[in-house]
Design a binder for this molecule. Structure first.
Ligand code: AKG
Ligand code: FE2
Length: 297
């Protein structure tokens, strides 16, 4: 495909953005986040990135790249990143496709939930070569063509400006439609060029990778994903986010972090013989002792 990625203004509707994503595999939304959010992310995450070691392997993690995860414990601004009406709306529109099932003779549509699969700040330093082009839905061993059934809607938020020179994410437009036999070539990729505060939103089927940083500046991005909630989370939020931190989040975010059992009963906790929605546990003063205290004999 010859064209690059389409950039839409932050006034675009969910429908307009979804149309571009389903055509190209991704879209850039200009000024998706305000200055306070990106400056806040940088302020909160830069000290963390300075402390973590660079990647252990040159192939994927990058020896000139620093990564830090568990971002909901590290920056309060992540709440705004995740609850952006446009990003969340796009993810819901693409992922939440109802399926029809039988309960007895009743045929009922069930809509799958979505959840946050992973979070990561990625800082690419000068000298880092391009990452191998890949699909992020590889974590789920998703197969292609996906017949419109996507597992993931990812965002890469530009915390610093992204340029071709500083390693702006490489994306192969149209590659979400390729089968699993076709080899991706970096020569088919285009660089994501966007100002700090803009976001690249792309689906799990789209071939992409971190770019080569030939500049003399750091490229800093924050990425996270909304994924089908019946898949295992890529990052283990239950272990990496303390329950008390989760309790302080808006209900919608608690659910998106996996503290939820949707219409297909995924993730319930037994309480007094009932399959209980875990989100309701967060509101109880006696949690977690209520779960510790389950009768065992
Ligand atoms: O840093 C980037 O631009 C992309 C990184 C990426 O795709 C990954 O680590 O899976
Ligand atoms: Fe990736």
């Amino acid at each position: 495909m010859s064209h690059g990625l389409t950039t839409l203004p932050n006034t675009a509707t969910v429908e307009e953005a979804v149309e571009v994503i389903l055509r190209d595999g991704g879209v850039i939304i200009e000024d998706l986040y305000d200055e306070a959010t990106t400056a806040g992310l940088m302020r909160d995450l830069q000290p963390v990135l300075q402390q973590v070691r660079t990647g252990d392997d040159e192939v994927f993690a990058g020896k000139q790249t620093r990564r830090a995860a568990s971002l909901f414990t590290r920056s309060a601004h992540m709440v705004d990143v995740a609850l952006s009406p446009l990003y969340l709306g796009i993810a819901r529109a693409i992922l939440q496709k109802p399926v029809d099932v039988f309960f007895g003779e009743d045929r009922t549509p069930i809509t799958p939930d979505i959840q946050i699969g992973m979070t990561q700040a990625i800082q690419i330093a000068p000298g880092q070569g391009a990452q191998p082009i890949h699909r992020d839905d590889t974590v789920y061993l998703w197969r292609h063509p996906s017949y419109g059934r996507e597992a993931r809607v990812q965002i890469m938020v530009a915390v610093s400006d992204f340029t071709t020179e500083n390693g702006g994410t490489l994306v192969i437009p149209g590659s979400h439609l390729w089968d699993d036999e076709r080899t991706p070539s970096v020569s088919e990729a285009v660089s994501t060029e966007m100002k700090a505060g803009s976001g690249l939103i792309f689906i799990g089927s789209t071939y992409h990778g971190g770019g080569n940083n030939s500049s003399d500046e750091l490229r800093t991005g924050v990425t996270m994903s909304f994924d089908l909630a019946f898949l295992r989370q890529e990052e283990n939020h239950y272990l990496s986010i303390p329950v008390d931190t989760v309790r302080g989040f808006p209900t919608e975010l608690q659910r998106l972090l996996g503290w939820s059992a949707g219409d297909n009963f995924m993730g319930w906790v037994e309480l007094e013989g009932q399959m209980t929605d875990p989100q309701s546990l967060l509101e109880r003063d006696d949690y977690p002792s209520v779960v510790d205290g389950l009768p065992v004999s």
